[in-house]
Ligand binder design. Structure first.
Ligand code: HEC
Length: 155
């Protein structure tokens, strides 16, 4: 009896662990592509943010490279990465809120705002630290504005 209970509990624990593993990774290539793109945004923004905060020494070449990468990444046409039926209610591997597909023009405007802020950072990043810092607010703000409305909180 005790053994059976142990087996049952262990089974539930294993199922919960597998459940988590499944929840973390979508099997949809479009979802994985957009998440990968977001990670590339974050990596390059991270370099610029670390310099802005003084956690990393300002280096004009490295700042320019990160800003140029970000500007290129935000100019990709990513529309094929957002097919219908891939919101977080349909795909446990996604944090994309269904509101995205009800407000496509606004999502597009927020993506365009990010592209503009990234272009401004591309002009500023190689100048000096003050210019980089001034461009950081609008750039980080453009990421946050979209996440606030269209991304579910992390579990
Ligand atoms: C137009 C809207 C929009 C903009 C702009 C945007 N994001 Fe996102 N981001 C999303 C959505 C929606 C998700 C959730 C995608 C999913 O899970 O399917 C997301 C997810 C992420 C994730 C989580 C990836 C993971 O590991 O699951 C990171 C990191 C991220 N974004 C970084 C950024 C950064 C940095 C910027 C700005 C340079 C940015 N995003 C701009 C909409 C946006």
């Amino acid at each position: 009896m005790k053994f059976k209970l142990f087996v049952a509990v262990a089974g539930i624990a294993t199922a919960a662990m597998l459940g988590n593993a499944v929840a973390q990774q979508s099997t949809n290539q479009a979802v994985n592509a957009r998440i990968s793109l977001m990670k590339l945004y974050a990596f390059n923004l991270g370099t610029l943010g670390a310099m802005a905060k003084g956690d990393m020494a300002y280096d004009a070449d490295a700042a320019s490279a990160a800003a140029s990468n970000l500007a290129k990444l935000t100019s990709l046409n990513a529309s094929a990465m957002w097919p219908m039926g891939t919101d977080n209610a349909s795909d446990p591997g996604s944090r994309a809120l269904p509101a995205i597909w009800q407000n496509f023009p606004d999502v597009g405007a927020k993506a365009a705002a990010l592209s503009e802020a990234a272009a401004a950072m591309q002009s500023a990043a190689g100048q000096d630290l003050d210019a980089l810092r001034a461009a950081m607010g609008p750039l980080g703000g453009a990421c946050a504005a979209c996440h606030k409305n269209y991304r579910a909180p992390a579990n």
